[in-house]
Design a protein around this ligand. Structure first.
Ligand code: ACO
Length: 431
């Protein structure tokens, strides 16, 4: 097989090496393109650009495959916990019992958030979006805790601190938004149960832990744990490439995730379904609007940059909706609407021709609603789930000797050199 690709341009040519991934994916290595030819590539949205070599997550968008460190996400959702999956992503392999216990102890030890940080929470306007609060509070951690990240031990400390505190901080922002007293983490509870307890326990109504709800949250977070070089993960890698501290890089990832085309879609889906429900369930008009090129409306929770078939995570999430609603004896009209909307879209040539299928966000909001998470916290739930992936990707970068400051080029299309004209002359010309 050829090991090069030949690029012919303006009567010249260059041989560019091919790189092959462990699953047979091929790439053209253009590292030397600019220095040897003066050319750069142009690739909006980086849809054709590999930004790194990575051993963390494999996805095949045509076949609907997603694996973390080689393990299919379906197996992890069925057998693992979010804590164990986080360990797998960050450390590269599943932990032994001893390693998992040690990891749990560290997570417990670092679950408290500095009391002084409560001043910030107390002073945010009540209607602030929890994603804005989370992004700035994660960045603020650097002022309260050292960002030690030289030795492996220091990195582990910073990483566990972040993993543990993020759920305390997310629950704190909810409590403050309600004007309730903060509930502190409990060392006797698992990662997911601890979060639920900090969210929903009150002095007047103690939170009763339901193992099925805990399991649903484990699955929700496992399914979100990594998704290779998506928008927010690329933000973490790009911001991290300036060698900022981990908290700052993760804060950038949270900000990137907030957008409705990315993680913010889970909130947008529920708002869309609620609008449809409020307007009497008119699905056909929504589908018609989504297809109209002159209408900016899109069917939220549909389509994906990489998946050109059914998102494997959406399959699991859809089954989870049925399971958890049945268990909690909830009848949610939005689930029925979502299923009917999916049916209409998947039998419509517009969606079929463009390979637009439900993505993870289409059904995830219904699971979150069922377990009591308010709509404006949906993307925060996504961020907690994605944290181990962001950390794993950041760790992989810092260990990579080829890690360079991210600095894409551009093709300048503005005016050619023009002379400065003093303001009096400019005004005189106008008049
Ligand atoms: N509804 C209607 N039409 C759509 C949708 C949608 N949800 N998604 C894509 N299309 C259409 C586009 O209009 C375009 O049509 P055209 O070829 O006639 O111009 C075609 O499908 C291709 O769409 P692009 O925007 O070029 O595809 P891209 O890969 O850039 O977009 C994205 C992917 C942003 C996810 C898009 O599908 C979308 O906006 N979906 C809705 C938002 C959403 O659910 N985001 C969550 C994604 S998963 C995640 O990030 C966690």
């Amino acid at each position: 097989m050829t090991e090069h690709a030949k690029l012919v341009y303006n009567g010249n040519s260059i041989d560019l090496p091919l790189v092959e991934g462990s699953e047979g994916e091929m790439a053209i290595d253009i590292t030397k393109l600019r220095s040897e030819t003066g050319l750069v590539t142009l690739d909006y949205g980086f849809a054709n650009t590999g930004s790194c070599l990575s051993e963390i997550t494999f996805m095949d968008g045509e076949k609907g495959i997603l694996r973390y460190r080689g393990i299919p996400v379906e197996q992890l959702a069925e057998h693992s916990t979010f804590k164990e999956t986080s360990y797998l992503l960050i450390n590269g392999c599943l932990p032994s019992q001893e390693e998992l216990t040690e990891f749990s102890v560290l997570l417990n030890d670092h679950s408290l958030v500095h009391e002084d940080m409560q001043i910030f929470y107390a002073n945010y306007p009540r209607q602030s979006h929890p994603m804005g609060i989370l992004s700035s509070m994660v960045n603020a951690l650097r002022s309260f805790y050292p960002a030690l990240q030289i030795t492996e031990e220091e990195i582990n400390m910073t990483v566990t601190r972040l993993l543990s505190k993020i759920r305390t901080m997310a629950a704190m922002s909810y409590k403050f938004s309600r004007g309730h007293k903060v509930v502190y983490p409990r060392p006797d509870l698992s990662y997911c149960a601890n979060f639920l307890n900090m969210m929903f326990d009150t002095p007047v109504k103690p939170y009763e832990i339901d193992e099925d709800v805990v399991q649903a949250l484990n699955v929700f977070w496992i399914l979100h744990a990594d998704h290779e070089q998506n928008c927010s993960t690329s933000a973490v890698r790009i911001v991290g490439s300036g060698r900022v501290n981990l908290y700052a890089a993760i804060s950038a990832g949270i900000a990137a995730l907030w957008g409705p085309l990315h993680g913010g879609a889970n909130q947008a889906v529920i708002e869309m379904l609620m609008d449809i429900h409020a307007s009497g369930g008119d699905l056909k008009t929504m589908v018609k609007r989504a297809k109209d090129p002159n209408d900016p409306f899109r069917l939220m929770g549909f389509g994906h940059r990489v998946y050109k078939t059914y998102d494997p995570r959406a399959k699991i999430m859809k089954a989870m909706c049925d399971k958890i609603l049945k268990k909690l004896k909830i009848v949610d009209p939005l689930l029925d609407l979502a299923k009917r909307l999916e049916e209409i879209a998947l039998s419509d040539a517009y969606f079929v021709d463009r390979n637009l299928y439900p993505n993870i966000d289409f059904y995830s909001g219904i699971v979150l609603r069922a377990i009591g998470i308010p709509t404006n916290m949906f993307t925060v739930m996504f961020a907690i789930g994605r944290l181990p992936g962001w950390i794993a990707q950041w760790k992989e970068s810092i260990d990579d000797p080829r890690w360079k400051l991210s600095r894409p080029r551009q093709i300048y299309t503005g005016p050619k050199q023009t002379d400065y004209v003093p303001i009096k002359k400019r005004d005189a010309r106008k008049n």
